[in-house]
Design a protein. Structure first.
Length: 325
């Protein structure tokens, strides 16, 4: 009788754990397609390499796209959907107007549909493409558990409300990441993704020309850096680009050195110096030559890739990434 009660108790705990996992979007696993599409990672890796070899700058865009997907409705591929006559999709949201690399995801999807039709989700493809693109430019490699399914809903305004703003302060950033199940270390580590890529003048002109509405500059910017930025960005410039750090095509720890020198482009970059934990990490990486950065980034990317995922029978497996079935 006692053994039966113990077995019942164990089964109840397992059931509770299962319900908890489902409610929190778990259910991803390494080797998810081992029987249904065993070459999935090789196919995505080859497709991604073909594009990054020709245009290495796409790596930053694909990493950003994965981040933007996961922070809006979870990692469900909703950022890939096109708008319809009745709905403006996430692509049309202001933070997503400069996203690049959709063609890489589409090409990988086409190759996978030829090899194993109707099996691999666009959400999984985006997660793999982002990882493989960064690895192609000599960045870290991280395991990508698979099994995501594609969402059917994509709303432009949600990109504006769900994504962390480049104008955010540290309190807002920590709250935004916490709402996605990510902690303060994840915040400062994933901010390191700004080590690759470029941004555009509109995100910094306010810091340069009218920070408090009095024609002043942001005091958190290095005064010696301001003339250089002004030489690139006029108050009305919407097209010129700025490198995020001094090595925008290399995935390295230089971003943290730039932030420590008060030369981070975004207010959200500068905000990392306004918290004890994030500031300590910035200082560590700026002096350690990235000793732990790759490993930390890999761990945080795995966590980010699990945000709000659809698994099991939820969502769908899209035939075309830009369209619901």
């Amino acid at each position: 009788m006692a053994i039966q009660k113990q077995l019942i108790a164990v089964l109840q705990l397992l059931l509770i754990a299962l319900v908890f996992d489902i409610a929190n979007g778990k259910g991803l696993e390494l080797g998810f397609y081992r029987y249904t599409c065993p070459r999935v990672e090789a196919i995505v890796r080859k497709t991604t390499a073909n594009y990054i070899h020709r245009a290495p700058s796409l790596a930053a865009g694909l990493l950003r796209m994965h981040f933007h997907d996961c922070f809006v409705r979870g990692c469900d591929g909703s950022v890939l959907l096109n708008s319809t006559a009745n709905n403006q999709a996430e692509k049309e949201g202001i933070p997503n107007l400069t996203l690049r690399g959709f063609q890489v995801v589409d090409a990988a999807k086409t190759a996978l549909e030829a090899a194993c039709p109707g099996v691999v989700s666009c959400a999984d493809i985006l997660a793999l493409v982002a990882r493989d693109a960064i690895y192609q430019i000599k960045g870290p490699f991280w395991p990508v558990p698979l099994g995501r399914r594609d969402g059917r809903v994509s709303i432009a305004n949600e990109a504006l409300t769900s994504l962390p703003s480049p104008f955010a302060n540290i309190t807002q950033l920590k709250a935004n990441f916490a709402s996605k199940g990510l902690n303060t270390k994840d915040l400062v580590v994933l901010s390191g993704g700004h080590t690759v890529g470029v941004s555009h003048c509109p995100v910094i002109v306010n810091r340069l020309y009218n920070f408090t509405g009095k024609g002043d500059t942001d005091p958190s910017l290095d005064p010696k850096f301001i003339p250089q930025l002004k030489s690139i960005c006029s108050p009305t410039d919407t097209t010129s680009v700025l490198a995020m750090d001094r090595t925008p095509r290399s995935f390295d720890e230089d971003y943290y050195t730039v932030v420590l020198r008060k030369r981070g482009l975004f207010q959200s970059d500068a905000a990392l110096l306004n918290d004890k934990q994030t500031s300590a990490y910035v200082k560590l990486q700026s002096k350690s030559f990235g000793y732990t950065f790759f490993n930390d980034f890999s761990k945080s990317m795995v966590k980010m890739g699990k945000i709000g995922v659809l698994t099991g029978s939820a969502g769908e497996i899209r035939r075309t990434c830009a369209l619901v079935n």
